[in-house]
Design a protein around this ligand. Structure first.
Ligand SMILES: [Fe+2]
Length: 197
């Protein structure tokens, strides 16, 4: 006498499942889930990718990525290109929320004073020497960056980078989020900086 009761329970469960998952027009009425959108991942584990690259998500992780790229000379050296008219940019890598660029600098080439919009950044010199002048609430500071020298800055950071040496230079720059805005500033004779957009 147990069997009929068991069959009734199963019937009820199926009825209930139909009611909460599909409306009169066959539309979902109780929201969506990973399983309803993409199917049950346990049903095809052999299709799940395990080779996805790990992307950095912190400033420390971005600084580490820049160090790794800088150490991989074969990766950036073919993209070095010196242009007498302008610094040369080559995109090395993009990831979720960041971009990495290689910049080639001839002696005398300069970025001018600029900020990076809402992007934070990491830069390092991989060849030659660059001079950075920064302007913060604590005043102006000048640094010389040799290969391995790294700068990390947040959004709104104001600086100028120049190749003040006699040899060409190469640097790697990471921006997060990717750089979509650079505001340039002019400097008057008293060395105060004004917006020049
Ligand atoms: Fe910059």
């Amino acid at each position: 006498m147990r069997m009929p009761r068991s069959r009734k329970r199963n019937r009820d469960r199926k009825k209930h499942a139909a009611a909460v998952t599909a409306g009169p027009a066959g539309k979902w009425i109780d929201g969506l889930s990973d399983v309803s959108i993409a199917g049950d991942p346990l049903a095809f584990p052999h299709l799940a990718r395990t080779d996805l690259p790990a992307h950095p998500t912190t400033i420390g992780g971005y600084a580490q990525l820049v160090r790794e790229i800088a150490a991989d000379r074969a990766r950036w050296e073919p993209l070095v290109r010196y242009d007498a008219l302008t610094r040369w940019y080559a995109r090395l890598e993009t990831g979720p929320g960041y971009e990495v660029w290689l910049l080639s600098w001839l002696p005398g080439q300069s970025s001018g004073f600029h900020d990076h919009g809402r992007s934070a950044g990491v830069m390092t010199v991989v060849q030659g020497e660059l001079t950075e002048r920064s302007l913060t609430g604590e005043g102006e500071a000048t640094r010389t960056l040799a290969p391995g020298g790294q700068r990390v800055y947040s959004a709104g950071y104001l600086h100028e980078v120049v190749n003040a040496a006699l040899e060409p230079a190469v640097s790697v720059h990471l921006y997060t989020p990717g750089l979509v805005e650079m505001n340039h500033y002019a400097q008057d004779r008293e060395r105060s900086v004004t917006a020049d957009r």
